[in-house]
Design a protein around this ligand. Structure first.
Ligand SMILES: Nc1ncnc2c1ncn2[C@@H]1O[C@H](COP(=O)(O)OP(=O)(O)OP(=O)(O)O)[C@@H](O)[C@H]1O
Length: 298
């Protein structure tokens, strides 16, 4: 388990991370959400020992964790940093050796990942010849080659097209199934919602929501009703049970307190025309974020 206890990072008098306490269970996927400057990258750098925390403790299975444990950890940094002039395979072998692998094992892993990411022809190309998205795939490979127990991914999906996002998601899910603990940051709530059992939403250096996704949603205590209809449903915003009304193409999303309140909306729609969809759902992470942090996000 990765454990952070009251971790604080100050740059001068500026508090970038404020008394952060979280536990990230082994073999799970944990999401760090937050807007620009929330403190995600700073937290990762402290976990990796690239920055010293001002206060607090960071441990992995009760022991230390840091730069000297690079065989244990894989890291995809936010500023992607490959050597542009080096050939892909040479570079990956070099980085794998730094993490304690021998050349032969490294080559086997490189072959596997280049094939898997459908870029085997890039083996002998210089990094600078690759598109940004493909460079990102190579950097991801460099983070996982040595089969780390803890994988830290800073904005892994940013800059990738939808096909490559899916490819990377599948790879990440598979690594988790095989027992890797994965921590990743994202601005995109839907990625965290899809992939993570637990999460932490950071705002101005402090965790505003933290815990298991299911429990966070349950304890939020509100529901969404998705409505699609062939007529204008905007009259629903006047209903007392509607806490928040959002128009969407061909209908609306109404936030309500409890499931039973949906009945009021259902009855209000009767006789007005054809209702294509009427569905009560759990709140989205975005709803939770907006309520806890405000509309300033993104
Ligand atoms: N070396 C540094 N010196 C001074 N301030 C810093 C330093 N590194 C980070 N900060 C500040 O700490 C805050 C948190 O930055 P951090 O990079 O951790 O945010 P983030 O959540 O990763 O944001 P983003 O999503 O934009 O990458 C920011 O206000 C940033 O300006």
């Amino acid at each position: 388990m990765l454990k952070l206890e009251n971790v604080t990072k100050k740059f001068g008098s500026f508090v970038a991370v404020d008394s952060l306490s979280i536990e990230i269970p082994e073999k799970q996927m944990f999401g760090f959400l937050g807007g620009n400057g929330a403190g995600k990258t700073t937290t990762f750098r402290m976990i990796l020992g690239l920055l010293d925390q001002t206060e607090g403790e960071i441990s992995w299975n009760e022991g230390g964790i840091g730069y000297d444990q690079s065989h244990l950890v894989g890291y995809l940094p936010e500023e992607r940093g490959l050597y542009p002039k080096l050939k892909v395979e040479d570079q990956l072998v070099y980085l794998a050796k730094l993490r304690g692998m021998n050349k032969q094992d490294a080559r086997g892993e490189i072959n596997y990942w280049l094939e898997r990411f459908k870029v085997p022809d890039y083996r002998t190309k210089k990094v600078e010849e690759l598109s940004k998205g493909n460079q990102q795939k190579i950097q991801f490979i460099s983070a996982v080659l040595h089969k780390p127990k803890l994988l830290i991914l800073d904005e892994p999906f940013t800059g990738l097209d939808p096909v490559n996002v899916e490819m990377l998601k599948e790879a990440v899910k598979e690594l988790k199934e095989k027992g890797t603990s994965i921590v990743f940051s994202s601005h995109r709530m839907e990625h965290v919602e899809e992939l993570c059992e637990s999460l932490c939403i950071m705002h101005k250096g402090a965790p505003v929501v933290h815990g298991k996704l299911k429990e966070i949603k349950r304890s939020f205590g509100k529901k969404n009703v998705q409505i699609e209809a062939d007529f204008d449903v905007s009259f629903l915003k006047e209903e007392e049970v509607v806490l928040h009304y959002k128009a969407v193409p061909e209908g609306a999303t109404c936030q309500i307190h409890k499931e039973e309140d949906a009945q009021v909306l259902f009855e209000a729609l009767q006789g007005k025309g054809f209702v294509r969809k009427f569905e009560v759902e759990e709140p989205s992470l975005e709803d939770i974020f907006i309520e806890k942090v405000g509309e300033s996000y993104e």
